[in-house]
Design a protein around this ligand. Structure first.
Ligand code: 13P
Length: 340
């Protein structure tokens, strides 16, 4: 796979160089102004990072924000493919990510060579690809989707064309059910959403009979079938804030609960359980790699920085631009926080 990360140079500042008495919040603030940087964060980031970001959003809103910003530098607090999308859409900006190792199990599950073979084996199909993938896989796709615009986009595709959907088989199956389209699914899944347990969820619902269940479409159908609301992170957030109910079970990465509790402190949010009955399964280990120290360091070091070779960037840009064009009817979230 093409290496799209420039790591800090030798001699660059490291975590052990950081003075433990440094006020990291104040320093990050000072550097962001000095560098004309915008800090974008996904809802799955630690609450402390969400609170210092200029904008917090789901994958679609973050892509739109990255495409439209007039900042010189984007600090993308999420996972690598999100930073890559920002660079593809805003090539003149310096795009840095706090930790180069922040990957994604869906991206890993869909390697470009295998995806190309999948496409070649289905020449009459349109390739609709979830944004959680590499730039190479995007470049081989017809249109990119996120969980908040997938249905809107699929409904605009010519009805006589069968669809290849990759890499998330659960989102694909959910879309197949909703739109009735002929879809062939890539067998990938997210390690977080895959771990929720139907049996434990049912037990939890018995203990909380008033609670509504809000689930991300990356969850298996066995979980979605119990959901009162299925949607992207921001759709779930909008749902719990608008609902008159006061108790919710949240079947997605649990850091989204930070925004829910802030906006509706009188409501109760319970993370959906894994097979052990606990909630440890709903922490994304990749998202968790980002810390305040690493945000400070990437602002100081201009690295890890995303770089996408121009030929690849232009090829990946096409289906991403198609996505933005085809999802104009999907509004920016009313619940987007700290909006810069
Ligand atoms: P959304 O924020 O678009 O819902 O997607 C989050 C995600 O990547 C789930 O793994």
């Amino acid at each position: 796979m093409t290496d799209t990360i420039v790591l800090p140079s030798q001699g660059a500042l490291t975590e052990s160089d950081i003075d433990p008495t440094l006020d990291l919040h104040a320093e990050i603030d000072r550097l962001r102004k000095e560098r004309n940087a915008v800090i974008l964060a996904h809802y799955y980031q630690d609450g402390e990072i969400q609170d210092l970001a200029d904008f917090v959003g789901d994958s679609l809103d973050l892509s739109r924000k990255a495409a439209a910003t007039d900042a010189d530098m984007i600090v993308f607090c999420g996972v690598r493919f999100m930073g890559e999308v920002a660079k593809i859409l805003s090539p003149s900006k310096l795009v840095v990510i706090p930790d180069a190792a922040a990957g994604c199990s869906l991206e890993e599950a869909c390697q470009p060579e295998a995806f190309k073979a999948f496409r070649d084996a289905h020449p009459d199909h349109l390739a609709v690809t979830y944004i959680n993938c590499s730039a190479e896989v995007k470049a081989l796709s017809d249109v990119i989707v996120t969980s908040s615009n997938a249905e809107t986009i699929i409904r605009q595709l010519p009805a006589d064309r069968p669809i290849l959907f990759a890499p998330d088989r659960h989102l694909g199956a959910y879309m197949q059910k909703k739109t009735g389209r002929d879809m062939t699914l890539w067998p990938g899944s997210c390690i977080i959403h895959e771990q929720f347990s139907e049996k434990e969820l049912v037990k939890l619902k018995v203990r909380h009979p008033q609670a509504l269940v809000a689930a991300h479409p990356e969850c298996p159908d066995s979980i979605l079938t119990h959901a009162d609301q299925v949607g992207s992170t921001r759709a779930i957030l909008d749902f719990v804030l608008a609902s008159e109910a006061s108790e919710f079970i949240i079947a997605t990465e649990q850091h989204i609960i930070h925004q829910m509790s802030k906006a509706a402190p009188h409501k109760t949010f319970i993370p959906a359980p894994g097979a052990d009955g606990g909630c440890s399964c709903s922490n994304c280990p990749f998202m968790a790699l980002n810390t305040l120290e690493k945000i400070y360091l990437c602002l100081k070091n201009d690295a890890p920085a995303i770089t996408v070779p121009e030929e690849l960037r232009l090829a990946a840009l096409k289906p991403l631009e198609r996505m933005l064009e085809m999802s104009k009817s999907v509004p920016m979230s009313g619940a987007a926080v700290n909006a810069a």
